[in-house]
Design a protein around this ligand. Structure first.
Ligand SMILES: Nc1ncnc2c1ncn2[C@@H]1O[C@H](COP(=O)(O)OP(=O)(O)O)[C@@H](O)[C@H]1O
Ligand SMILES: [Mg+2]
Length: 233
């Protein structure tokens, strides 16, 4: 059984006369690390917000471990979601992590805090407030909050946006280390395929709200994305 099953999922916002997401089907199995690529406006955030239950679909369903997420409360309790900033700027790093665990009734995971801060290289900043952090530090704090309760499934929306190449590499290494030690699943979006190549075992592409399946070996189908990468080298 797949961990996440998306069936004929569509979303049209009231304000628009077009579908932001149209008839999307996707299965994600345990251990799958799926890269979701597509240009700005392709529908990546809409899809991830639907999976995260932030939006109600116009039609279609999303099943997590065999259950419709829209009919079941607390079904995403073991899912780590990084779509919008997940920390409070006026609390220290440590307080943010503790607060997150308190609010979600997961005090038992407080033992993870020191290890997670080590992982994201924020140990020295644990008593600082993130309001003046660099963008990279803020992303690493968001990731720490998402990982601290050891989720089975991760939803990450463009976590590399705004990071310099060093920041991208840092975040990638954190994620790679995390994935290697655990049999988790993940869907991670980017408008640049090159950022996802080293971590994903599968890729899917959205174009104007529609899903296109692509194979990582199939460079020709990836067209512009691989062209961009080759030109950069
Ligand atoms: N809350 C919303 N209300 C109206 N239109 C939206 C909303 N969110 C996204 N859209 C539209 O849906 C399309 C897909 O957007 P989005 O999912 O944010 O794309 P991506 O994340 O791939 O850049 C865009 O045309 C965008 O303007
Ligand atoms: Mg987006």
């Amino acid at each position: 059984m797949s961990t996440l099953k998306i069936n004929n999922l569509s979303k049209k916002f009231r304000a628009n006369d077009f579908y932001s997401l149209e008839d999307v089907n996707l299965e994600i199995n345990a251990g799958d690390i799926v890269g979701l690529v597509g240009r700005n406006g392709a529908g990546k955030s809409t899809l991830l917000k639907l999976i995260a239950k932030s939006y109600i679909p116009t039609s279609g369903t999303v099943e997590y471990n065999g259950k419709n997420i829209f009919n079941n409360d607390y079904i995403l309790k073991n899912v780590g979601i990084m779509i919008e900033p997940v920390f409070y700027p006026y609390m220290t790093v440590k307080e943010n992590l503790e607060f997150y665990l308190d609010v979600h009734g997961k005090k038992g995971f407080k033992k993870n805090i020191d290890n997670i801060l080590e992982l994201v290289d924020l140990v020295k900043k644990k008593n600082n407030k993130p309001e003046n952090f660099s963008f990279g530090m803020k992303q690493r704090l968001s990731l720490a909050i998402v990982l601290v309760d050891e989720p089975d499934f991760l939803i990450l929306d463009e976590p590399f946006v705004g990071l310099d190449p060093y920041g991208v590499q840092e975040l990638l290494e954190i994620l790679q280390g995390w994935v290697k030690e655990r049999n988790i699943s993940m869907i991670i979006s980017s408008h640049q395929l090159s950022e996802l190549e080293s971590i994903c075992n599968r890729f899917v592409m959205l174009e104007h709200g529609k899903m296109k399946n692509i194979q990582v070996e199939d460079e020709q189908n990836l067209g512009q994305y691989f062209t961009e990468r080759k030109e950069k080298k």
